[in-house]
Design a protein around this ligand. Structure first.
Ligand code: AMP
Length: 193
């Protein structure tokens, strides 16, 4: 089983790349943001809670996210050759709880790819996406700023966590989508062979 974490700021291109790579290698794409948006759209109990955080660009409590991810893995673990995690883990606490969870499930993180993009480009991309996908959390400047500073403060420390585990690979997220996919594919292939 191959489990890939796509790591990067909002707007780095994790979702786009996850779709391409998941098809190529028969991996199940799990985006915690997409799962939460679908809960919100269906007005579920979790959706009602999630909405309050998402509208402001804040992170949901770690325990809520961990539970949701574990449920999803258990439901889908026999469907494919592994998973691509997109938007998870997003705090050090989530990364630690995730490792414990994976031990219980007899799985492990195979590799982490950090898609690096400059802040100015991220802001540009998020503003475009707000129009295309009608995402409120991408449209307001203050919400974008909040999401980007939460990334720096809460999410970026995870990079060191995986670096210590020798699982981290940094790639440049600027440029053509195909070129970036190729870099990720090369890294995945090193793990497959
Ligand atoms: P995304 O589509 O990954 O940018 O996620 C959209 C929003 O969903 C985030 O701004 C958070 O409010 C929430 N969210 C998604 N993933 C997580 C996570 N791993 N931990 C906490 N909140 C999350």
């Amino acid at each position: 089983m191959l489990n890939l974490i796509l790591f990067g700021a909002p707007g780095a291109g994790k979702g786009t790349q996850a779709k391409i790579i998941s098809e190529k290698f028969s991996l199940k794409h799990i985006s915690t943001g997409d799962l939460l948006r679908s809960e919100v759209a269906n007005n579920t109990e979790l959706g009602i809670i999630a909405k309050k955080y998402m509208h402001k660009g804040n992170l949901l409590p770690d325990d809520v996210i961990i539970k949701m991810v574990e449920k999803y893995i258990k439901e889908h673990r026999n469907c494919c050759k592994g998973f691509i995690f997109d938007g998870f883990p997003r705090t050090l606490e989530q990364a630690e709880a995730f490792d414990k969870m994976l031990v219980r499930l007899e799985m492990e993180v195979s590799l982490v790819v950090n898609i690096k993009v400059e802040t100015e480009i991220l802001i540009e991309r998020l503003q475009k996406r707000a129009i295309i996908e009608n995402r409120k959390d991408d449209s307001e400047k203050s919400i974008i700023q909040n999401r980007l500073s939460l990334f720096e403060e809460k999410t970026l420390p995870i990079r060191e966590y995986y670096k210590k585990q020798a699982k981290l690979n940094d790639i440049d997220g600027k440029g053509d989508i195909e070129d970036i996919s190729q870099k990720i594919e090369d890294l995945v292939l090193q793990k497959v062979h």
